[in-house]
Design a protein around this ligand. Structure first.
Ligand code: CA
Length: 231
C-alpha cells in the first residue's frame, strides 16, 4: 500500500516516513503543499497523511485542489490544533479522518487501516449512472451493466480523463499521468493506448465517450445524467 506523507517539519516527516516504512507501507514524501498536490495527482497513492500547517499551499487548499479534480484518494489529516473549527474545516474540505499532534504511532496505523477498509467497502465511484460506472478504488468499470476488463495502463488513462471529464486534456498531460513525468515513451504509445481503451469502452456502443481534439488532446464525454461524486 502506497502512502504519501505531506509534512514540512523535517523531524516529523522522517519519523512518519521511517515508522510507516517499517510497518510495511510504501512511502512517498513531500515537504510542501504544491509538491504534495502534484504527487497526489500524478502517482497512484492509496492514502495521504496530510499536515495542515504547510508553508505554501496549506492542507485545506491541497484537499480542495484534490477533490476539485474528482480525486477520491483518502486523506488522514494531522493538525497541531484541536480546535473544533479547524477539524470541521478539514473534514468539510474532504479529509476522511484526523489526528491531533502529538499522536501515538499505533493509533496512526490503526486509523490508516480503518480508513482504507472503509473506503474499500464504500467503493470509490467517480462516475455512476445507468450506463457508465467507474469505481476508482476497486478499479472496476462497467458500461450498460457489462464489466470491462482494463489493463493497468488503460485504467490509468481512463482515470486521467475522468479527473477532467468534459475538458480537453492535452496529450502531454495524459502521457505524464499514465507513464510519469520522466517517461521515455513516444507519442505513438499514447495513440496505441487510446485505441485499445476505445476498443473496450466505446467500440461496442453507438455513443462514443472518448473524443479526440485533433493534435491537442482527448476528452471524456460523460453521459448527461452521470453524477460525479466527490467522495
Ligand atoms: Ca507543519
Amino acid at each position: 500500500m502506497r502512502i504519501l506523507i505531506v509534512e514540512d517539519e523535517p523531524r516529523m516527516l522522517e519519523l512518519l516516513r521511517t515508522g510507516l516504512y517499517e510497518r510495511g507501507f510504501t512511502v512517498m514524501t513531500a515537504a510542501d503543499g504544491n509538491t504534495g498536490l502534484r504527487m497526489a495527482m500524478t502517482h497512484e497513492i492509496e492514502l495521504i497523511v496530510l499536515d495542515i500547517g504547510l508553508p505554501d499551499l496549506n492542507g485545506y487548499a491541497l484537499m480542495e485542489g484534490l477533490r476539485g479534480c474528482a480525486s477520491v484518494t483518502p486523506v488522514l489529516m494531522l493538525t497541531a490544533r484541536d480546535a473544533e473549527e479547524d477539524i470541521i474545516r478539514g473534514l468539510e474540505a474532504g479529509a476522511d479522518d484526523y489526528l491531533t499532534k502529538p499522536f501515538s504511532f499505533p493509533e496512526l496505523v490503526a486509523r490508516i487501516h480503518s480508513i482504507t477498509r472503509r473506503k474499500r467497502e464504500e467503493g470509490g465511484c467517480a462516475v455512476k449512472d445507468s450506463e457508465l460506472e467507474i469505481d476508482l478504488v476497486r478499479r472496476v468499470v462497467t458500461r450498460s451493466g457489462n464489466g470491462i476488463d482494463l489493463t493497468r495502463l488503460e485504467f490509468r488513462l481512463l482515470q486521467c480523463l475522468v479527473r477532467r471529464a468534459g475538458q480537453c486534456v492535452p496529450r502531454q498531460d495524459v502521457m505524464e499521468f499514465v507513464w510519469g513525468a520522466d517517461h521515455a515513451v513516444g507519442p505513438t504509445a499514447l495513440d496505441v493506448l487510446v485505441n485499445s481503451l476505445r476498443a473496450k469502452l466505446d467500440a461496442p456502443y453507438s455513443r462514443k465517450l472518448i473524443g479526440t481534439l485533433r493534435g491537442s488532446g482527448y476528452t471524456l464525454r460523460l453521459p448527461a445524467a452521470a453524477s460525479r461524486r466527490k467522495s
